[in-house]
Design a protein around this ligand. Structure first.
Ligand code: ADP
Length: 181
């Protein structure tokens, strides 16, 4: 299956993506993790991306799209993947459509993890990642509202919404149910 996960920062996408990937036997591709990995290894891409992660802004499309396109070339992604954190804008969604078309394929499902803003703030503040300070969190939420939320309409036809308030296992069970697994 080829699946995209949508949802605001703090919705628990990463954790659920990991569990879904294990269950479905497909790789979990997180652009945030790929950027952080590049930053910790001080690659050229990491050096360029760091200032955007530090401020909570989107890394420019040219860098991000190339990162994903390269990752989709890896053998483990040939038969399916869970994309977590990409696409994050309509522009990226168009780029993804082209990447999939070039591989003669399309998405099977888009899952939206839905959580209230207050719950998100509480969760993020207790997570403590380097970019989880209040200013940066508020900026990431604004970027989500402005850039990413329009994807809920863009993917209207394939969108399945999961209530992401509850225990990890509860949310996981809901996600599997909407995927028909
Ligand atoms: P969260 O879901 O908590 O916002 P992520 O790990 O998904 O965390 O993303 C962290 C940061 O990585 C973002 O704030 C952004 O700077 C960068 N990033 C991740 N994915 C993308 C993307 N698709 N396009 C541009 N920037 C991205």
């Amino acid at each position: 299956m080829r699946i995209v996960l949508l949802g605001p920062p703090g919705a628990g996408k990463g954790t659920q993506a990991q569990k879904l990937a294990e269950k479905l036997g497909i790789p979990h591709i997180s652009t945030g993790d790929l950027f952080r990995d590049n930053i910790s290894k001080a690659t050229e891409l990491g050096l360029e991306a760091k200032k955007y992660l530090d401020s909570g802004d989107l890394v420019p499309a040219t860098l991000t799209n190339r990162l994903v396109d390269d990752r989709l070339n890896d053998a483990d992604a040939a038969d399916g993947f869970i994309l977590d954190g990409f696409p994050r804008s309509v522009e990226q969604a168009e780029a993804l459509k082209d990447m999939l078309a070039a591989r003669n394929t399309t998405l099977d499902a888009v899952l939206e993890f839905r959580v209230s803003e207050q719950e998100l703030l509480d969760r993020l503040k207790s997570r403590g990642r380097a970019d989880d300070t209040e200013d940066v969190i508020l900026n990431r939420m604004k970027v989500y509202r402005d850039e990413t939320a329009p994807l809920l309409d863009y993917y209207q036809a394939e969108l399945k919404t999961v209530d992401a308030i509850g225990s990890l296992d509860e949310v996981f069970a809901r996600a599997l149910r909407v995927l028909g697994r």
